[in-house]
Design a protein around this ligand. Sequence first.
Ligand code: SAM
Length: 373
Amino acid sequence: MTSPSVRRRRFWLTWRNRLLSDPRFHRFAARFAPFRSIATGEARALFDLTAGFVYSQVLATVVETKLLELLSERPMTLAEVKVALGAPEDATDRLLRAGVALDLISDASGGAYMPGPRGAALLGNPGLREMIAHHRYFYADMADPLSLLRRGGGGGELAAYWPYARAEAPSAVASDPATRYSALMADSLPAYVADILDVAPLEGRKVLMDVGGGEGVFLIAAGARAPHLQLRLFDLPAVAERARARLAAAGLGERALAYDGDFSRDPLPTCADLISLIRIAHDHDDAVVLQLFKSIRAALPNGGALMVAEPMADVRGKDKVADVYFAFYLLAMGHGRVRSPQRLTAMLREAGFATVRFRWTSALLPFGVLVAS
Ligand SMILES: C[S@@+](CC[C@H](N)C(=O)[O-])C[C@H]1O[C@@H](n2cnc3c(N)ncnc32)[C@H](O)[C@@H]1O
């Protein structure tokens, strides 16, 4: 039995869809101003969805060819860009025009081109450029999304990029892939670090341990904000080794230590009164995350706290970043999901945490922080 509110919603959706799919409505709306924006708005949005993959590939080409870096050195003409790209003139012209249309490039007049407003923003964000470049693996998997869906995710190029997600023994992840993904993580984290630290409960804490802490970018920034804090990092051996080098280069000496380990098998060191998980839980399925929350609970002293910071699904309903982008990214990776703050809160409670507080950060992506104690 469907409830009256469900029946009302379905009736409205059926009526609306009939209207929007009726060519007579579109002819009428095109002539009648108050309805024009409804009809053209849907058509425009549909076209943007259709063209979105092409827009992304133009962006990827601009990044891969380092065209923005070239244009930022000095304005370049079509003939000069053609030589730099090694592409025929007409093809080069198409790329430049596409870049102008997408605001990545500006026509600087006098037959020359410079970075556009979005291009300039991208030049100031090396982490985003690295992110865009590594999307070649994701796009390869998304070229056949139905196969990806039917095999239940994984098994493609993105899964190979992130070996820990499917490894039987994550500790054995080799140094080459670990170096590749850790460098990407280290380059992309600075875009969020300040926003996370603005809501992080560092005050009154003695030792912070960043589990899955990558090369230590978060720890170094936290250490700068809270000079009294001792810093500990836990990650797979190949990554912890890179962290040791970065922490030493940051001059942290004995204040910072990195432990090797696999959080899905090994107990965590019991040295910290604050543990952080930055961009970790969403990489893993529920069973692994629940087990990790439990081991963290066991490793914390009385009064200790866990901070979970990562992209989260919008609680108010549909959200393109969480429900489209991250949902398919993690499907291609083969493990994990973006969870809502409520879902994570329920898992934290199940793991034994009594109190859980939630805050959105002011980062551009829907990046939330939960503090559990
Ligand atoms: C998405 S990266 C996030 C890195 C860092 N927290 C950041 O936000 O830049 C996930 C990290 O978790 C680590 N990791 C994955 N599985 C692990 C495991 N079973 N044990 C320990 N670390 C693991 C990876 O090596 C990687 O450094």
